[in-house]
Design a protein around this ligand. Structure first.
Ligand code: ADP
Length: 360
């Protein structure tokens, strides 16, 4: 349904999108994930015909967005990062305005009514947009993208600035839209793609560093497995024993106690399942293993790993030769991960502030 081939966008000397190619099949929900400045908005703006590319091609249902923008745009509903709302209009006026702007031929009352039900804005249909909360405004923005029933819907950072409840609502809404539409969304929030998308395309510094089905993304980059193990025994000796088990890359005691048990985080080397070995070794020593919880690899780790892989860090070889320690991850990639979370936190705080101001 969507095909992007060797897309390049330069802003002067700055290359925002650097030879990106990917496809999105009909009915797929694909997430573009990357830190701020990665090139997500630029890619989406080219795809929606807002921007021209320096070189490369983008087609929607076979129609070239650059050479045939009007026909291509009829197939696309777009929600930019800042919803293009006219704050002085009521929701009703705004959706009717969009209906006319798009030259929509569907039965007006029925179509707009369906959209209002889908995005659940019937109760604010007669209200002035300026007086709506951020969550409702976002839904009105989504409603505008749905006018004309486009095959493809593109969302740029659809949950930025929403509170956690609104985020869940919008994510559920996007998932339900995926049943009838092809959806691309961009986000810098790692959990968002996992919650919503069938496939994840990770972009960093204008380049694609991963393109995987969501369920495969952690397998694709999984380099180790982490567990929290609750073990009864003398802490120093247990820790030394854990670190001596072949296949254990890292072990650390946490400040967590459960009766006479202490919790340890244990990380295995890539591709090694250490659980049985761990169990038997502890049993031999007479130390009871009373809990073993898999921590998996979180998306932050995945992101850091793929960025790391893509940048072919020279330091990696040196790092692999030593036992990994927690501090080793304090690298440039770690900062990228931390930045993603800081951004999400800032935006949530900002939204909470706005929502107290925007009394519905
Ligand atoms: P993202 O959406 O992933 O945050 P963008 O596509 O907005 O990233 O930006 C990619 C890069 O292009 C950034 O380095 C950004 O500073 C730069 N950029 C974006 N828009 C412009 C512009 N209009 N002029 C110059 N540089 C831009």
């Amino acid at each position: 349904m969507i095909k992007i081939e060797h897309l390049v966008k330069n802003y002067g000397a700055n290359c925002a999108v650097d030879d990106i190619s990917f496809e999105v099949g009909e009915g797929e929900i694909v997430g573009l994930l990357g830190p701020n400045g990665a090139g997500k908005s630029t890619t989406m703006n080219i795809l929606t015909g807002y921007l021209s590319s320096t070189s490369g091609k983008a087609t929607v249902a076979g129609i070239d967005i650059l050479s045939n923008p009007l026909d291509a745009k009829k197939l696309i509903g777009y929600l930019p990062e800042q919803p293009p709302l006219y704050l002085d209009m009521t929701v009703e006026e705004y959706l009717n305005f969009n209906y006319e702007l798009k030259g929509c031929k569907l039965d007006r009352a029925e179509h707009l009514g369906q959209i209002c039900d889908t995005v659940r804005i019937r109760d604010v249909y007669k209200r002035v947009i300026r007086n709506l909360s951020k969550g409702y405004r976002q839904r009105v923005g989504i409603a505008q993208a749905l006018v004309g029933n486009p095959k493809v819907i593109i969302f740029d950072e659809p949950t930025v600035g929403l509170d956690p409840k609104q985020i869940i609502e919008v994510r559920n809404l996007i998932r339900s839209l995926g049943k009838e539409h092809t959806v691309i969304l961009s986000t810098h929030i790692l959990q968002e793609v996992q919650a919503v998308c069938d496939r994840i395309v990770i972009i960093n510094k204008g380049k694609i560093v991963a393109n995987e089905m969501t369920e495969n993304i952690s397998n694709a980059v999984e380099k180790s497995r982490r567990f929290n193990a609750k073990i009864c025994g003398p802490q120093k000796e247990v820790l030394a024993e854990l670190r001596g088990i072949p296949g254990v890359a890292y072990a650390e005691a946490l400040a967590e106690r459960d009766g006479d048990a202490i919790t340890y985080t244990v990380e295995s080397e890539r591709g090694v399942d250490i659980r049985k070995k761990l169990f038997y070794r502890l049993a031999e020593k007479g130390w009871a293993l009373i809990g073993l919880e898999s921590l998996g690899m979180n998306l932050e780790d995945i992101f850091i790993t793929v960025v790391d892989q893509s940048e072919q860090k020279k330091t990696r070889v040196a790092r692999a030769e030593r036992k990994p320690r927690r501090g080793d991850r304090v690298t440039m990639e770690r900062e990228v991960g931390a930045e993603l979370f800081e951004d999400a936190k800032r935006q949530r705080e900002e939204s909470a502030r706005q929502d107290t101001e925007d009394d519905e």
